[in-house]
Design a protein around this ligand. Structure first.
Ligand code: SAM
Length: 323
């Protein structure tokens, strides 16, 4: 079986937020304090997440990414990853992390057979990194990235939220990381998550301008897409480089017509879109002895709530939804 939504998109990916907790407070993502966090009993258990994934594969959803909050802060996350790796039909299992705890986990992640990692990293300058993350140590992330490369992970991505006046002076340096490393360095357009308009933020830089900045000092070659895990990104290469560059333009050029994913929030809501669209309370169904039909129905309902295009407005609390 496969899920085709009302707009003929084949839904085959699920992004799973395993916790709304995070060990950083990135300025564009979380307030410094005063968060409205879910209660422990409302967070899906590992067994519940495995049950969701086990059912999702029967519906043709074969690609899964864990996110948060910060997935590596959830206790015994390796236990969940191991179980997910053993679910028959899972073809792609990845994680998005801020990388702070990565170096302690890389070997385990390799053993478990995790396919891919996305690592968020918004500055290569120690003090700027500390400022953006409100206290994170750049070295922790860089050590993690090197260990990931040493252990031979493929398709690793470094995600940079592009911010005018904050890290736009570093785009060239980020791009150069790909010269001799098998990495995809991905620039993500800044989304003003709680404003009337996603671009209504003086830090926003459209994708075309990000590319212009990098092209000033580098010859870029466009790559064919899509490639495994490239999702919504347009990809390029600096001529002769080992790695790639990716550009995610959710604001200037929404890619809704090719959006093939659903999201599961840490508290068990099946969410149709990051920005708009409705949710289905999967946890309520899961905790009420569901039949296979009821679970299938929940996925189909969530898929049919996907809007044709997101509204371009942001009213999202990222740590609750999972980025
Ligand atoms: N803690 C993990 C991490 O840092 O990668 C996973 C969760 S984080 C919310 C996932 C992604 O969302 C990160 O790549 C982050 O940069 C992105 N993100 C959060 N707020 C954003 C915003 N306002 N605009 C663009 N991207 C954002």
């Amino acid at each position: 079986m496969s899920i085709i939504d009302k707009y003929f998109r084949n839904i085959n990916r699920l992004r799973i937020s395993v916790t709304d907790l995070c060990n950083l407070r990135c300025v564009y993502c979380r307030p410094e304090s005063g968060l409205d966090l879910a209660r422990h009993k409302d967070i899906l258990t590992y067994e519940e997440i495995v049950a969701v994934v086990g059912h999702a594969v029967t519906l043709g959803i074969k690609s899964f990414r864990l996110t948060g909050g910060e997935p590596l802060v959830r206790k015994n996350i390796e236990y969940l990853l191991r179980m997910l790796g053993n679910v028959c039909g899972v073809e792609d299992l990845a994680i998005t992390t801020n990388g702070i705890y990565l170096k302690n986990y890389v070997k385990t992640l390799r053993e478990i057979g995790l396919f891919r990692l996305n690592i968020s990293l918004d500055s290569l300058d120690d003090s700027k990194f500390e400022k953006i993350t409100r206290g994170g140590k750049l070295k922790d992330v860089l050590d993690g990235v090197e260990e990931v490369l040493n252990l031979g992970f493929k398709n690793t991505k470094i995600n940079i939220v592009a911010m005018k006046g904050v890290n736009d002076d570093e785009f060239g340096e980020f791009a150069k990381l790909t010269l001799e490393r098998d990495l995809e360095v991905r620039f993500i357009e800044y989304m003003a998550m709680n404003k009337e308009n996603l671009a209504a933020e003086d830090k926003y830089i459209p994708m075309a301008d990000i590319i212009d900045i990098i092209e000033k000092n580098n010859e870029l070659v466009a790559l064919p897409s899509p490639m495994l895990g490239s999702g919504a990104a347009k990809t390029y290469k600096i001529k002769g480089a080992m790695g790639k560059l990716g550009f995610v333009s959710a604001v200037s050029q929404p890619f809704c017509n090719s959006c093939n994913r659903l999201r599961l929030t840490a508290d068990g809501k099946l969410r149709s879109c990051l920005l708009s669209g409705g949710v289905v309370d999967l946890k309520a169904i899961l905790r009420n002895n569901p039949t296979e039909e009821q679970l299938t129905d929940a996925f189909i309902r969530a898929a049919n709530l996907k809007p044709p295009v997101h509204s371009g407005k942001g009213h999202v609390v990222m740590h609750q939804v999972g980025g």
